[in-house]
Design a protein around this ligand. Structure first.
Ligand code: ATP
Ligand code: MG
Length: 391
């Protein structure tokens, strides 16, 4: 081997300190390998970096696309690996030579068998670059381009320049598992993304009111979950038939409380599913004040229907525009804007209550005959699917 390309991966430092380091790191490595499923490569772990080697360079963009979505990775660089030898370093560094401006060569030398120090090697390689392009100049303090040369003890060196940002965050699965209430809208996929970024493994639940909602609406949710898997890994999706409950709400309850009660029952079912499936939290896409069911009072009344689990609402303080920007960045935007009805819009009251009273909500809910039984049936008959990146 004269020289070859490798992908150098840097991970966030914060979570790799202290007692939990091993757990986090094991999880991160597993997630990297899962993200690269179906591709051939060699994974190399060193003290504070990982390398992807022996991969098909024609597929480099695919590798980069998948790796930049792995939470817990900080940045990556495509690097050239050469056998350590001054001539090899000179040959390889030309590729990273900037076209104009100032530069510096930063050398890290773990291999102490070399006869030059790091600054000497840097000066030698910098001089070589200058001899190739006289319009460049060296600036050791504020260079416009910085070329890194990492000389390892193994007898190999790595050269690279640009750093590509990765998704940051914590490795998925390092913070337990959450159950995302996933509708077809813009918000809930973004909420799932944000909690996955904090290390939560994501399961999802979707409520449908077939035949009042179409099968296309359900496919939309499957497609949204598919997009999320690129960041979250596989997602178990529970599809709950909500038709009978929604009809009963319509039949028995005050119209302006219909959405409030629907939300209460949704979270009750979600909590039951979460408990059965090892999920330690519920996640919703609520954002304060966005609609009548997301005022502080409405959220209080919904929340009261959850017995124990925390309800994470990562979008609570975000504007719609910020949420849309994230939706575009994670590629859920185009799917979310498809016009299929969600079950919330099927029996939409004209004037939903903005400040619901908990007492009234409970009294109205109590009018529904046989509700507990319907809830149990909804939980027990939930359809389960595993969504993978190729779904
Ligand atoms: P989204 O864009 O996520 O649909 P939204 O702004 O339309 O949110 P609502 O329809 O009021 O808001 O829903 C609030 C939250 O309730 C959603 O973010 C989602 O977490 C949950 N939710 C709403 N409808 C459903 C559904 N059919 N299945 C599962 N969860 C739902
Ligand atoms: Mg919605």
């Amino acid at each position: 081997m004269e020289e070859k390309k490798v992908i150098l991966l840097r991970y966030g430092e914060i979570f790799l300190k202290g007692k939990n380091k091993n757990i986090f790191e094991r999880r991160l490595i597993e997630n990297i390998k899962t993200a690269l499923t179906g591709l051939e490569f060699k994974f190399i772990r060193t003290q504070n970096r990982y390398y992807i080697e022996d991969y098909d360079e024609n597929l480099q963009d695919t590798f980069i696309d998948r790796l930049t979505k792995v939470f817990g990775l900080h940045s990556l660089s495509v690097a050239t690996k050469v056998k350590t030898d001054y001539e090899n370093l000179k040959k390889a560094i030309i590729e990273y030579m900037p076209e104009e401006g100032t530069f510096r060569v930063s050398v890290k030398r773990a291999d102490k068998s070399l006869d030059m120090t790091s600054p000497q090697i840097g000066a030698m390689l910098g001089g070589y670059i200058l001899s190739k392009n006289k319009s460049l100049s060296v600036d050791l303090y504020y260079p416009q381009s910085e070329i890194f040369v990492d000389i390892r003890e193994s007898g190999y060196s790595y050269l690279f320049r640009d750093k590509i940002d990765c998704a940051q965050g914590m490795p998925v699965g390092s913070a337990g598992r959450g159950l995302l209430l996933l509708s077809g809208g813009f918000d809930s996929p973004v909420a799932g993304y944000r909690m996955a970024r904090r290390g939560m493994e994501i399961y999802a639940v979707h409520f449908h009111s077939y035949p009042h909602t179409s099968e296309l609406a359900q496919q939309k949710v499957i497609d949204l979950a598919g997009k999320l898997t690129k960041y979250c890994g596989n997602i178990k999706l529970f599809v709950v038939r909500f038709t009978e409950i929604q009809q009963a709400i319509h039949e028995f309850c005050r119209e302006d409380f219909m959405i409030t009660i629907m939300r209460r029952i949704m979270v009750e079912i979600a909590e039951k599913l979460a408990n059965k499936n090892g999920c330690a939290a519920l996640i919703t896409g609520e954002s304060l004040g966005q609609v009548a069911s997301q005022t502080t009072q409405s959220i209080t009344v919904t929340n009261e229907a959850v017995k124990l689990l925390p309800v994470f609402r990562p979008l609570i303080g975000m504007d719609k525009y910020e949420i849309m920007d994230t939706a575009a960045a994670i590629d859920t935007y185009d799917i979310s804007q498809l016009p299929y009805e969600d079950c919330c819009t099927v029996f939409l009251p004209k004037n939903p209550v903005i400040k619901p009273s908990l007492d009234v909500a409970k009294k109205e809910q109590a009018k529904i005959e046989n509700l507990e039984n319907m809830i149990d049936i909804a939980v027990d008959t939930a359809e389960v699917m595993t969504i993978t990146p190729d779904c």
